[in-house]
Design a protein around this ligand. Structure first.
Ligand code: R5P
Length: 276
Protein backbone atom coordinates (compact mmCIF):
# COMPACT_ATOMS: atom_id res chain seq x y z
CA UNK A 1 0.00 0.00 0.00
CA UNK A 2 1.22 3.49 -0.63
CA UNK A 3 -0.01 7.01 -0.14
CA UNK A 4 1.85 9.43 -2.42
CA UNK A 5 0.43 12.47 -0.67
CA UNK A 6 2.59 12.75 2.48
CA UNK A 7 -0.27 13.89 4.71
CA UNK A 8 -2.02 10.62 3.89
CA UNK A 9 0.53 8.55 5.70
CA UNK A 10 -1.45 8.79 8.96
CA UNK A 11 -4.39 7.10 7.28
CA UNK A 12 -2.24 4.72 5.30
CA UNK A 13 -0.42 3.21 8.25
CA UNK A 14 -3.68 2.73 10.14
CA UNK A 15 -5.37 1.14 7.12
CA UNK A 16 -2.37 -1.07 6.40
CA UNK A 17 -2.53 -2.15 10.04
CA UNK A 18 -6.20 -3.15 9.63
CA UNK A 19 -5.32 -4.96 6.40
CA UNK A 20 -2.40 -6.65 8.22
CA UNK A 21 -0.30 -5.68 5.21
CA UNK A 22 3.08 -4.02 4.86
CA UNK A 23 3.38 -0.44 3.60
CA UNK A 24 5.57 0.19 0.60
CA UNK A 25 8.45 2.64 0.93
CA UNK A 26 8.65 5.30 -1.74
CA UNK A 27 11.25 7.97 -2.28
CA UNK A 28 9.79 11.21 -3.47
CA UNK A 29 11.63 14.39 -4.26
CA UNK A 30 11.17 17.57 -6.20
CA UNK A 31 14.02 18.79 -8.36
CA UNK A 32 15.09 22.43 -8.41
CA UNK A 33 13.14 22.96 -11.62
CA UNK A 34 9.97 21.65 -9.94
CA UNK A 35 9.92 18.21 -11.56
CA UNK A 36 8.70 15.39 -9.32
CA UNK A 37 10.70 12.19 -8.84
CA UNK A 38 9.20 8.92 -7.59
CA UNK A 39 11.05 5.69 -6.85
CA UNK A 40 9.76 2.57 -5.11
CA UNK A 41 12.25 1.31 -2.52
CA UNK A 42 10.64 -2.09 -1.88
CA UNK A 43 10.40 -5.11 -4.14
CA UNK A 44 6.90 -5.19 -5.62
CA UNK A 45 7.57 -7.79 -8.31
CA UNK A 46 4.53 -10.10 -8.65
CA UNK A 47 2.85 -8.30 -5.74
CA UNK A 48 -0.61 -6.74 -5.57
CA UNK A 49 -0.39 -3.09 -4.59
CA UNK A 50 -3.17 -0.89 -3.21
CA UNK A 51 -2.59 2.84 -3.43
CA UNK A 52 -4.36 5.14 -1.01
CA UNK A 53 -4.23 8.72 -2.14
CA UNK A 54 -6.25 11.85 -1.85
CA UNK A 55 -6.45 14.01 -4.93
CA UNK A 56 -5.47 17.47 -3.80
CA UNK A 57 -3.75 20.44 -5.42
CA UNK A 58 -1.51 19.00 -8.20
CA UNK A 59 -0.59 15.64 -6.63
CA UNK A 60 -2.34 13.69 -9.41
CA UNK A 61 1.05 13.59 -11.14
CA UNK A 62 2.63 11.79 -8.16
CA UNK A 63 -0.12 9.22 -8.30
CA UNK A 64 0.39 8.64 -12.04
CA UNK A 65 4.15 8.30 -11.55
CA UNK A 66 3.68 5.89 -8.69
CA UNK A 67 1.41 3.65 -10.77
CA UNK A 68 4.01 3.71 -13.55
CA UNK A 69 6.80 2.86 -11.10
CA UNK A 70 4.87 -0.12 -9.70
CA UNK A 71 4.13 -1.42 -13.18
CA UNK A 72 7.74 -1.05 -14.33
CA UNK A 73 8.84 -2.94 -11.23
CA UNK A 74 6.44 -5.73 -12.30
CA UNK A 75 3.92 -5.21 -9.53
CA UNK A 76 0.16 -4.89 -10.10
CA UNK A 77 -1.82 -1.96 -8.78
CA UNK A 78 -5.07 -3.74 -7.95
CA UNK A 79 -6.97 -0.72 -6.66
CA UNK A 80 -6.69 2.95 -5.90
CA UNK A 81 -8.54 4.20 -2.83
CA UNK A 82 -9.32 7.91 -2.81
CA UNK A 83 -10.60 9.05 0.59
CA UNK A 84 -11.01 12.64 -0.65
CA UNK A 85 -11.33 13.46 -4.32
CA UNK A 86 -10.53 17.13 -4.81
CA UNK A 87 -11.61 19.11 -7.88
CA UNK A 88 -15.03 17.44 -7.68
CA UNK A 89 -16.80 20.77 -7.24
CA UNK A 90 -15.68 21.84 -10.72
CA UNK A 91 -17.98 19.29 -12.30
CA UNK A 92 -19.26 21.50 -15.12
CA UNK A 93 -18.65 24.81 -16.84
CA UNK A 94 -20.09 27.47 -14.54
CA UNK A 95 -18.52 30.45 -16.32
CA UNK A 96 -17.59 30.59 -20.01
CA UNK A 97 -13.99 29.59 -20.63
CA UNK A 98 -13.57 27.34 -17.56
CA UNK A 99 -11.97 23.90 -17.56
CA UNK A 100 -13.98 21.06 -16.01
CA UNK A 101 -11.20 19.99 -13.64
CA UNK A 102 -13.19 17.15 -12.09
CA UNK A 103 -13.71 15.60 -15.54
CA UNK A 104 -10.01 15.94 -16.40
CA UNK A 105 -8.90 14.26 -13.16
CA UNK A 106 -11.42 11.43 -13.58
CA UNK A 107 -10.49 10.88 -17.22
CA UNK A 108 -6.81 10.62 -16.27
CA UNK A 109 -7.65 8.05 -13.59
CA UNK A 110 -9.84 6.11 -16.01
CA UNK A 111 -6.94 5.72 -18.44
CA UNK A 112 -5.03 3.78 -15.79
CA UNK A 113 -7.56 0.94 -16.03
CA UNK A 114 -7.42 0.33 -12.29
CA UNK A 115 -10.54 0.00 -10.10
CA UNK A 116 -11.03 3.19 -8.08
CA UNK A 117 -12.84 3.36 -4.74
CA UNK A 118 -13.73 6.91 -3.78
CA UNK A 119 -15.43 8.27 -0.68
CA UNK A 120 -18.12 10.94 -0.59
CA UNK A 121 -17.40 12.43 -3.98
CA UNK A 122 -19.00 15.87 -4.15
CA UNK A 123 -20.79 15.42 -7.45
CA UNK A 124 -22.30 12.35 -9.08
CA UNK A 125 -21.83 14.20 -12.41
CA UNK A 126 -18.29 12.85 -12.32
CA UNK A 127 -19.42 9.23 -12.43
CA UNK A 128 -19.83 9.62 -16.20
CA UNK A 129 -16.07 10.12 -16.55
CA UNK A 130 -14.95 7.36 -14.18
CA UNK A 131 -17.06 4.45 -12.91
CA UNK A 132 -16.09 4.69 -9.22
CA UNK A 133 -16.95 2.24 -6.57
CA UNK A 134 -18.51 5.06 -4.58
CA UNK A 135 -18.63 4.74 -0.80
CA UNK A 136 -19.45 6.98 2.13
CA UNK A 137 -17.96 7.53 5.56
CA UNK A 138 -21.13 9.28 6.74
CA UNK A 139 -22.64 6.10 8.26
CA UNK A 140 -19.44 5.74 10.37
CA UNK A 141 -19.82 9.33 11.54
CA UNK A 142 -23.54 8.95 12.24
CA UNK A 143 -22.74 6.00 14.53
CA UNK A 144 -20.70 8.35 16.76
CA UNK A 145 -23.60 10.71 17.36
CA UNK A 146 -25.23 10.92 20.76
CA UNK A 147 -28.52 9.02 20.73
CA UNK A 148 -31.17 11.68 20.13
CA UNK A 149 -34.23 12.28 18.00
CA UNK A 150 -32.82 14.27 15.08
CA UNK A 151 -34.30 16.21 12.21
CA UNK A 152 -31.79 15.61 9.43
CA UNK A 153 -31.22 18.58 7.11
CA UNK A 154 -29.32 18.99 3.87
CA UNK A 155 -28.10 22.59 3.59
CA UNK A 156 -28.60 22.49 -0.18
CA UNK A 157 -30.47 20.56 -2.84
CA UNK A 158 -27.24 18.95 -4.11
CA UNK A 159 -26.86 17.10 -0.80
CA UNK A 160 -30.32 15.55 -0.63
CA UNK A 161 -29.25 11.97 -1.38
CA UNK A 162 -26.51 12.17 1.25
CA UNK A 163 -28.90 13.50 3.88
CA UNK A 164 -31.53 10.92 2.95
CA UNK A 165 -29.02 8.11 3.49
CA UNK A 166 -28.26 9.38 7.02
CA UNK A 167 -31.93 10.05 7.79
CA UNK A 168 -32.81 6.48 6.79
CA UNK A 169 -30.01 5.14 8.95
CA UNK A 170 -31.17 7.15 11.97
CA UNK A 171 -34.83 6.61 11.18
CA UNK A 172 -35.24 10.39 11.32
CA UNK A 173 -37.28 12.87 9.27
CA UNK A 174 -35.44 14.91 6.65
CA UNK A 175 -35.75 18.48 5.41
CA UNK A 176 -33.88 20.48 2.78
CA UNK A 177 -32.64 24.06 2.76
CA UNK A 178 -31.93 26.15 -0.28
CA UNK A 179 -28.46 27.59 -0.68
CA UNK A 180 -27.33 30.46 -2.85
CA UNK A 181 -23.63 31.13 -3.19
CA UNK A 182 -22.18 34.37 -4.49
CA UNK A 183 -18.38 34.13 -4.53
CA UNK A 184 -17.42 33.28 -0.95
CA UNK A 185 -20.69 34.39 0.60
CA UNK A 186 -23.50 31.96 1.22
CA UNK A 187 -27.15 32.65 1.92
CA UNK A 188 -29.71 30.07 2.98
CA UNK A 189 -33.46 30.06 2.54
CA UNK A 190 -35.40 27.72 4.82
CA UNK A 191 -39.12 27.23 5.10
CA UNK A 192 -39.18 23.99 7.12
CA UNK A 193 -40.34 23.35 10.67
CA UNK A 194 -37.70 22.54 13.28
CA UNK A 195 -39.21 24.15 16.38
CA UNK A 196 -37.77 22.47 19.49
CA UNK A 197 -35.83 19.95 17.39
CA UNK A 198 -32.22 18.80 17.43
CA UNK A 199 -31.11 19.48 13.87
CA UNK A 200 -28.44 17.34 12.23
CA UNK A 201 -26.82 19.06 9.25
CA UNK A 202 -25.19 16.78 6.68
CA UNK A 203 -22.57 17.85 4.16
CA UNK A 204 -19.87 16.23 2.09
CA UNK A 205 -17.22 18.75 3.04
CA UNK A 206 -16.45 21.82 5.09
CA UNK A 207 -14.27 24.33 3.25
CA UNK A 208 -14.63 27.86 4.58
CA UNK A 209 -17.48 26.83 6.86
CA UNK A 210 -20.06 29.33 5.52
CA UNK A 211 -22.56 26.66 4.45
CA UNK A 212 -22.85 25.08 7.90
CA UNK A 213 -22.73 28.42 9.72
CA UNK A 214 -25.55 29.90 7.63
CA UNK A 215 -27.56 26.67 7.74
CA UNK A 216 -27.25 26.61 11.54
CA UNK A 217 -28.39 30.24 11.75
CA UNK A 218 -31.44 29.40 9.64
CA UNK A 219 -32.30 26.36 11.78
CA UNK A 220 -31.88 28.25 15.07
CA UNK A 221 -33.94 31.20 13.81
CA UNK A 222 -36.69 28.68 13.05
CA UNK A 223 -36.68 27.53 16.67
CA UNK A 224 -34.28 24.55 16.62
CA UNK A 225 -33.02 23.87 20.17
CA UNK A 226 -29.65 22.51 19.02
CA UNK A 227 -27.66 22.09 15.81
CA UNK A 228 -25.10 19.33 15.27
CA UNK A 229 -23.28 18.73 11.96
CA UNK A 230 -21.51 15.84 10.29
CA UNK A 231 -19.41 16.17 7.14
CA UNK A 232 -17.23 13.62 5.43
CA UNK A 233 -14.23 15.84 4.66
CA UNK A 234 -12.89 18.65 6.85
CA UNK A 235 -10.80 21.03 4.76
CA UNK A 236 -11.26 23.90 7.26
CA UNK A 237 -9.72 26.57 5.07
CA UNK A 238 -8.61 29.97 6.39
CA UNK A 239 -10.28 30.85 9.67
CA UNK A 240 -13.07 28.29 9.22
CA UNK A 241 -12.41 26.60 12.57
CA UNK A 242 -12.57 29.88 14.46
CA UNK A 243 -15.80 30.88 12.73
CA UNK A 244 -17.35 27.47 13.38
CA UNK A 245 -16.33 27.65 17.06
CA UNK A 246 -18.14 31.00 17.28
CA UNK A 247 -21.20 29.70 15.40
CA UNK A 248 -24.43 28.32 16.83
CA UNK A 249 -23.41 24.73 16.02
CA UNK A 250 -22.74 22.74 19.17
CA UNK A 251 -20.82 19.79 17.67
CA UNK A 252 -19.20 19.04 14.31
CA UNK A 253 -17.99 15.57 13.39
CA UNK A 254 -15.74 14.89 10.37
CA UNK A 255 -13.75 11.87 9.19
CA UNK A 256 -9.96 11.76 8.98
CA UNK A 257 -10.03 11.52 5.18
CA UNK A 258 -7.97 14.71 5.50
CA UNK A 259 -5.47 15.37 8.29
CA UNK A 260 -7.67 17.18 10.81
CA UNK A 261 -7.01 17.59 14.52
CA UNK A 262 -9.91 17.20 16.91
CA UNK A 263 -10.47 20.10 19.29
CA UNK A 264 -13.15 22.48 20.51
CA UNK A 265 -16.43 21.62 18.82
CA UNK A 266 -14.73 19.50 16.19
CA UNK A 267 -14.61 15.75 16.62
CA UNK A 268 -12.67 13.53 14.21
CA UNK A 269 -13.60 9.92 13.49
CA UNK A 270 -10.89 7.53 12.33
CA UNK A 271 -12.22 5.77 9.22
CA UNK A 272 -9.12 3.71 8.44
CA UNK A 273 -11.00 0.56 9.38
CA UNK A 274 -13.81 1.47 6.96
CA UNK A 275 -11.20 1.97 4.22
CA UNK A 276 -9.66 -1.40 4.87
C1 R5P B 1 -21.10 22.46 -1.82
O1 R5P B 1 -22.12 22.33 -2.49
C2 R5P B 1 -20.63 21.46 -0.85
O2 R5P B 1 -21.51 20.38 -0.72
C3 R5P B 1 -20.35 22.06 0.49
O3 R5P B 1 -21.57 22.51 1.04
C4 R5P B 1 -19.42 23.23 0.38
O4 R5P B 1 -18.32 22.92 -0.41
C5 R5P B 1 -18.99 23.68 1.75
O5 R5P B 1 -18.17 24.78 1.58
P1 R5P B 1 -18.09 25.91 2.68
O6 R5P B 1 -17.72 25.24 3.95
O7 R5P B 1 -17.02 26.84 2.15
O8 R5P B 1 -19.41 26.58 2.72
Amino acid sequence: MRAPYPAMNYLLSESAHHFSLPSMKVEKKTFADGEVYIRILDDVKNKDVTIISNILASNILELLLLVDAVRRAEGTVVRIIIPYLGYARQDKVFLPGEAVSGAVICSLLRQLNIPVIAYDVHSSELFQYLPFDHKSVLPCLAKQLPKKKYVVISPDKGGVERARMVATLLNAPMQVMEKQRKGYSVSITFTGNVRGATVLLIDDMISGGATLIEAAKAALSHGAKEVIAIAAHGLFLGDARKKLEESGISKIIVANTLPVKAGGKIGVVDVSKELS
